[in-house]
Design a protein around this ligand. Structure first.
Ligand code: AHR
Length: 488
């Protein structure tokens, strides 16, 4: 077993970890909204005003900070007035991006914003810039957020909501370089500036780059930096094989594909560093945040399911992947103000899967749960003498982040991506006086999934192999595991 030296300095405070880094994304896609979150009031599935009770409880326990909606590609085809008023009178449309199915609009603005209130999270609404108008977007924001007298607020009241909702973030277009209109950066910049002019909000998020498109970031920063932009989005999906044509299975994959997936996800580190460097040219004070509002693993769909529904399973591999990404977002929290995993339920790297009335928490759910104490804490210095584990690729075995919360507790999250080797970690914490260390671990064979018949195959357990002696913390980090340690 190798020994790895780690150092933590809790007096070296680096940046605040915005709770929004632990955010989620829910699109009108497959069974994310319908069946996953919303089943309607008359469903035999236990529900609160149509929202699945089991899902609501699981999400509340996770303390979801923010939810992005209605898309994704769907956002740029969404006309919000289709989704208000009596559900039975709402216009039915075709969901052109996702399976060509009928969207009955029974989940609309009221249902979304009431859901956010129910689970206690902030709302992040993406307005339609691709096929909608400035007036439509401006009226939607007024409908949702204004407390003044106006035709839109009257309409909201007529539809049963007296008080405005609190909508913290407004996304202006989605993937405008792709499904949101195939625009050039200059074309999008002009539209962003026009739209944002009529949208009163302190939380406007401009459409940012696809993965490593640094020219897009440069163009938006150059053109729009003084146009009310609170954040700039970044989309990056991890493809196990690296080939969009044959991405790889979510349930049946060999060890070498496990390693290529984790190596591919480390690309996020390069993206964060380089986009930050581009943004620094215009905004050294980091007033404009990077919003990674779509991230996660994207595999082939489960055999026999609708290819347009993007339904995939979630394994211990994906828990390691989530841990690496969340640690990276923490590490770069001076620039990364928000991140939203794609997607919340039944689509891509979900934290929850449902089938009829059954529900499972995925391994990724458990990672979010184990990491939740980082929310609103302060990132502190940590370093580990790491080990590379993949010939010819950058793939560190260990990923970690450490934060200090307001009550003085220290939170360490650390994962080991190696499938062969446990590590003895010797962590030095100079000048600390912590008395107790408690820990939880998530570990299983790399391809283990939680299924409806075996929902707890991957579940966190208490971990006692940790010793704290003055300034020295020692523990063994098992192969293929995620560990969360709390010192107080
Ligand atoms: O999350 C699935 C899709 O991926 C989103 O709709 C789109 O924004 C991205 O390409």
């Amino acid at each position: 077993m190798s020994q790895l030296k780690m150092t933590v300095d809790q007096t070296n405070k680096i940046s605040k970890i915005n709770k929004e880094i632990y955010g989620h994304f829910a699109e009108h896609l497959g069974r994310c909204i319908y069946g996953g979150i919303y089943v309607g009031k008359d469903s035999p599935i236990p529900n609160i005003n149509g929202y699945r009770k089991d899902v609501v409880e699981a999400l509340k326990a996770l303390k979801v900070p923010v939810l992005r909606w209605p898309g994704g590609c769907f956002a740029d085809t969404y006309h919000w007035k289709d989704g208000i008023g009596k559900p039975e009178e709402r216009r039915k449309i075709v969901n052109i991006h996702w399976g060509g199915v009928t969207e009955d609009n029974s989940f609309g603005t009221h249902e979304f914003l009431d859901f956010c209130e129910l689970i206690g999270c902030d709302a992040y609404v993406a307005v339609n810039l691709g096929s909608g108008t400035v007036q439509e977007a401006a009226e939607w924001v007024e409908y949702m957020t204004s407390s003044n007298v106006s035709p839109m607020t009257d309409l909201r009241k007529k539809n049963g909501r007296e008080k405005p909702w609190n909508v913290k973030y407004i996304g202006i277009g989605n993937e405008s370089w792709g499904c949101g209109g195939s625009m050039t950066v200059d074309h999008y910049s002009n539209l962003y500036k026009q739209f944002q002019q009529y949208i009163p909000s302190n939380g406007k998020i401009a459409c940012g780059p696809n993965a490593a498109d640094y020219n897009w970031t440069d163009g938006i920063m150059r053109n729009c930096q003084y146009s009310g932009m609170r954040g700039l989005s970044l989309h990056f999906y991890t493809i196990p094989t690296g080939d969009w044509g044959k991405k790889g299975s979510s349930v049946d994959f060999p060890e070498n594909e496990y390693y290529s997936t984790i190596a591919n996800t480390w690309e996020m580190e390069t993206l964060l560093k380089k986009h930050d460097a581009v943004m620094n040219r215009y905004d050294l004070e980091k007033k404009i945040g990077l919003v990674v509002d779509e991230w996660g693993v994207w595999t082939d769909v489960i055999d026999g399911t609708n290819p347009g529904f993007l339904y995939q399973q979630n394994s211990m591999r994906d828990a390691i992947l989530a841990s690496v990404n969340l640690n990276l977002f923490n590490e770069h929290s001076d620039r990364v103000m928000m991140a939203n995993i794609a997607q919340m339920v039944n689509v891509l790297q979900s934290v929850i899967l449902t089938e009829g009335e059954r529900m499972v928490k995925t391994p990724t759910y458990h990672v979010f749960d184990m990491y939740k104490d980082h929310m609103e804490s302060t990132l502190v210095y940590s370093n580990i003498e790491n080990k590379q584990i993949l010939e010819g690729r950058y793939l560190p075995a260990v990923s970690q982040s450490v934060s200090l919360d307001d009550s003085g507790k220290l939170h360490i999250t650390i994962s080991n991506a190696s499938l062969d080797e446990d590590f003895d970690i010797n962590c030095i914490l100079p000048r600390t006086e912590y008395k107790t260390a408690t820990a939880k671990i998530l570990t299983a064979k790399y391809d283990t999934c939680n299924t409806f018949d075996n929902p707890d195959a991957v579940a966190p357990e208490a971990f006692t192999d940790v010793t704290l002696d003055g300034e020295s913390l020692k523990f063994t980090l098992p192969k293929c595991s995620v560990l969360a340690i709390e010192l107080c």
